[in-house]
Ligand binder design. Sequence first.
Ligand code: PLI
Length: 461
Amino acid sequence: MEPHRRSWAEPYKIKVVEPITMTTPEHRRQAIRAAGFNSFLLRSDDVYIDLLTDSGTSAMSDYQWAGLMVGDEAYAGSKSFYHLVEAVQEVYGYPELIPTHQGRGAEHILSQLLISPGDYVPGNMYFTTTRFHQEFAGGVFVDVIIDEAHMPSVEHPFKGNIDLVKLQKLIDDVGADKIPYISVETNVNMAGGQPMSMANLKATYELCHAHGIPVMLDATRALENAYFIQQREGGYENKSVKEIVLEICSHSDGATVSSKKDNLVNIGGFLAVRDPELARRARAMLVQFEGLHTYGGMSGRDMEALARGIHEMVDTDDHVRARVGQVEYLGNALLKAGIPLVRPIGGHGIFLDAAAILPHLAQDQFPAQALTAALYVDSGVRGMERGIVSAGRDPKTGDHRYPKLELVRMAIPRRVYTQAHMDVTAESVVEVYEHRESVGGLKFTYEPEELRFFQARFEEI
Ligand code: PLI
């Protein structure tokens, strides 16, 4: 067999298992109705294969679990905090670490410190909590991702790239002094887990720095982005993902990270920056909103497991190869069956093109929300709406924002499910696809004002 034909089989074996419940279609029909057709409101007991999110759902290694026992719970100056500082410095390269309870804690602090009312914050597609905090601080988010990112079926190796013409136009239109920073997401979640190239990141950094605009990464999924750079960008094929992650961060002034993803822990996050003065101001806010500067929102054991997770994700390339390999396995099974989904297959999940699957539903009948519910009823597989409900309303006009992408995300937790779970998931998607005309639209019965997708309720039209 040629080497490239070898599979990516998991670089670990299973030591502990957690039983999951099998349910009947009738039970699931009642459960989704009780949950207001919102997969966020289902009880996990009623879920068979949980692909709601890859956030905080990873399986930790035995070494991480052992770290919980030796976590130092000192209120101030915890040993585990210093282990975390060392891990972030070694892997991400930022000297200053501000620990937070999770990613949005870091987003809150960064946005409040840098954004003034009336400022513009460009970014490569929005993420829900990130944009919320930018707007909450009085900023206006401006999408400067390349157009291809909004086209599910277009194959482009780096759909997360920034369109430098759009960025330059924004700078010309509003002036660099109205742009406190650019928010650059690695492996863009809402675009379908799509990477940006190193060349594009470097060019973005150079353009921004020529205008005095700092580059702040959302490095939440930098590892998966690094893997795609290694696989797709000339000159990186012989570099380790560890080297590539460090190089990604070298083209930035700081980063927010939700450690619940790449970093292989169930809770945690951080803000990391180069500028000691910005770090000082961030710590002053940290003690008001999160916790003391040597724990932020985390316990000592959380920080110990996180420090170990950061090392573990890059110790060898085998982990990320298997992680992305499993996502590709599911994606390829669906592509083979002709299911419309975002291509290329992303890093953390499969994104079904609900607009293409349910063309009989208008976007304000919430096709992705309805498809998510139908999938759950079919098999107990739980996905998540990533379309008009997630996009929310425009704060100025009050109208729905109509995103070009109307997707159902099936995110794959790290090191949790087997290939057989992927097979069952693919079979369920195919089943629902074959009966897609029977999926009807939904309407709101309760719509929260902010981040509505989390707690909204619906009924069938
Ligand atoms: O959920 P948090 O607060 O730890 O992190 C927020 C967050 C920031 N950036 C990005 C790219 C995310 O994906 C993200 C959280 N994502 C979730 C919860 C998800 O299900 O994708």
